[in-house]
Design a protein around this ligand. Structure first.
Ligand code: SAH
Length: 240
């Protein structure tokens, strides 16, 4: 299970590169496989559209169980809203623990990639929340947003919106505004470290005046976060 990072070969770890090179079969989303296209020559490549995660995992683990070297590729980190958890569950359900070896290769996750492009917003305690309610009840997502807002955590939002899911980011903003000033800095990073990269610094007040879609990661500051010459900074607490 290999994480390819945000989408630039320079941010792909040497082990991730090697694991893909060593594999006979590569399984993953089309978009992520594009990033490693040149490395796929001569290999069997299985890429399916969205929403077919279970089939893809079944295919991957059965090939691996039959002795093939299979790389199951996720963008970012495979263990953060990626394929690693599902793959382990599928291996268990299929009773394949004795038949294969598992290695999980970490990758740079969107939170780190977006934070680096914005400055240093994650210098203090932060939470990561996915706004996708495809697999998680919205009531639970709201509860987590509420508690994160109350706890003055910096909040990193993955899957903030898609064409079908547009209301969640509005609701997330409302919840955050109950506990945080409308001047709270917010960073929006779209396509971090890949073609079409856009980095925007705004605030909770103006958050919705910017286009937000599934290619964006949103970072909402805590009560101490500020903008320093175009960079977001969350003070750690050093006395200067
Ligand atoms: N495993 C991935 C996350 C997959 S969930 C990781 O560790 O990063 C998909 C969400 O990740 C997207 O909706 C978006 O919020 C975020 N994302 C993935 N790649 C991104 C990129 N290059 N720039 C900004 N956000 C990204």
């Amino acid at each position: 299970m290999v994480g390819t990072g945000p989408g630039n070969p320079e941010h792909l770890s040497p082990r991730a590169k090697q694991a893909i090179e060593e594999a006979e079969t590569i399984v993953g989303y089309r978009t992520y496989l594009k990033l490693v296209e040149e490395m796929l020559r001569g290999k069997e490549v299985i890429s399916t559209g969205m929403m077919r995660e279970i089939e893809r995992c079944l295919l991957a683990v059965h090939r691996a169980g039959a002795g093939q070297k299979v790389a199951l590729v996720s963008g970012g980190d495979p263990g953060i809203y990626g394929m690693a958890g599902l793959a382990l569950e599928v291996i268990e359900r299929e009773g394949l623990w004795d038949k294969l070896e598992v290695e999980i290769v970490p990758g740079i996750t969107s939170a780190s990639a977006a934070a680096a492009l914005l400055g240093a917003p994650l210098m203090h305690d932060f939470v990561v929340i996915s706004l996708s309610d495809l697999l998680t009840p919205w009531s639970l997502i709201e509860r987590r947003l509420e508690l994160a807002a109350q706890g003055d955590f910096v909040v990193v939002l993955y899957n903030p919106a898609s064409h079908r899911r547009t209301g969640q980011i509005h609701r997330a903003r409302e919840i955050l505004l109950k506990h945080r000033s409308s001047r709270t800095p917010v960073g929006i990073v779209r396509n971090a470290y890949r073609e079409g990269q856009e980095v925007t610094i705004t605030d909770l007040e103006n958050l919705l005046n910017h286009p937000i879609d599934m290619l964006c990661t949103v970072i909402v500051g805590n009560s101490q976060t500020r903008v320093a010459n175009g960079f977001l900074v969350t003070p750690r607490g050093y006395e200067l």
